[in-house]
Write a protein that binds this ligand. Structure first.
Ligand SMILES: [Zn+2]
Length: 193
């Protein structure tokens, strides 16, 4: 993001708008997004055992298709994504996220700029990157958006494009984003505490 974009995030989260993303901005950002999360969280802790208790065994969870109410494409290609596969317990929540996205980003151009029109995957039965424990994707409890501009290991917000407003949309429905939890992998959102 540009310095101006970072300053605008800082204003929104109540941090000093100096364009420098440091510990104070991180703390304000997490406080801001945590204040939007429902209390108590509707979702389990991210620990594998708690995930399995709530969602079922990794890779064998009940899945449904949630229709996407706006034009979404696969990766950066022209192929349309009409529905997203997700855990059946998350269907109402993901449908709510999609309608909130339309409310916050009303035009196709707004949504394109925000990156929410580029789908990079949801259910995948695989271990976590660099580990052996199941990925949140193996529980059908995660979605990736716009990974081209929000790559793995790419720091947010300095080198990643995911708008704060997208984090806010997910947070209001109880979903957390790695971009603001660990400050990288900003493409990834999961339905956990
Ligand atoms: Zn992911």
């Amino acid at each position: 993001m540009t310095r101006e974009e970072i300053q605008s995030i800082q204003r929104r989260i109540g941090a000093e708008p100096d364009g420098w993303w440091g510990p104070n901005s991180m703390e304000s950002c997490q406080r801001h997004l945590r204040s939007l999360l429902p209390h108590p969280s509707p979702f389990p802790s991210p620990a594998t055992e708690k995930m399995a208790e709530y969602y079922g065994p990794a890779g064998e969870v009940p899945l449904v298709q949630v229709p996407v109410p706006y034009r979404m494409k696969l990766y950066d290609e022209d192929k349309l994504v009409k529905a997203v596969t997700i855990h059946e317990r998350l269907a109402p929540s993901l449908a709510g996220i999609f309608s909130d996205i339309i409310a916050v980003f009303p035009t196709p151009q707004d949504r394109d700029r925000a990156g929410v029109t580029r789908f990079f995957g949801s259910f995948v039965n695989r271990p976590q990157r660099g580990g052996t424990r199941p990925s949140k994707h193996a529980f059908g409890a995660a979605i990736d958006l716009d990974a081209t501009r929000n790559g793995l290991h790419t720091p947010w917000p300095t080198k990643s494009a995911m708008p704060l407003e997208v984090f806010e949309v997910f947070a209001r429905r109880g979903w957390v984003g790695l971009g603001w939890l660990v400050w990288r992998d900003a493409m990834h959102f999961q339905a956990t505490q």
